[in-house]
Design a protein around this ligand. Structure first.
Ligand code: ZN
Length: 155
């Protein structure tokens, strides 16, 4: 399920290959509201980081989140146009685990991109860095899981 397909970006399947504004994210309900709208707009159903399909089972659907690629606080700090960073084109589908693993990532960027095209270029590189980071954390977490610490050995 987790693969290192570093060549493919999810944005390629978005309207206009994810290089145009496609709509502002609104509301507060992911599964019934903005997440659903995002899936309809972009045809995405899998976590952009680990590849888990979030639409095949009820249990996986419950873990659906819509992640900012370039984090909101970074954009606010650099005074990036809100219309850009709150657009669906700056979002990816994410499972809860990847969303949590990626939470603390702070991109290295010291000035606001001057054009939307430059913003998307930045978004792409942030996505690639975050995916690498998140997949590393999955490796660590899986190693921990594989210890099966909940199985008590008889003493
Ligand atoms: Zn995931």
């Amino acid at each position: 399920m987790i693969e290192n397909n570093n060549e493919m970006l999810p944005f390629e399947n978005y309207p206009d290959q994810g290089r145009m504004l496609i709509g502002r994210v609104r509301g507060s309900n992911c599964r019934h509201g903005y997440g659903l709208e995002f899936m309809q707009l972009t045809k995405q159903t899998t976590c952009a980081y680990c590849g888990t399909d979030l639409a095949t089972t009820y249990e996986s659907w419950l873990t659906m989140a819509l992640d900012h690629v370039v984090p909101r606080d970074t954009c606010v700090r650099l005074q990036v146009c809100e219309e850009w960073y709150e657009d669906y084109s700056n979002r990816v589908l994410s499972c809860t685990a990847c969303n949590t693993f990626g939470n603390r990532y702070q991109p290295e960027q010291f000035e606001c991109p001057s054009t939307l095209e430059a913003f998307y270029h930045w978004r792409d590189s942030v996505f690639i860095a975050r995916r690498k980071n998140i997949l590393e954390k999955h490796k660590e977490e899986r190693a921990y899981f594989d210890q099966k610490l909940w199985i008590m050995t008889a003493s």
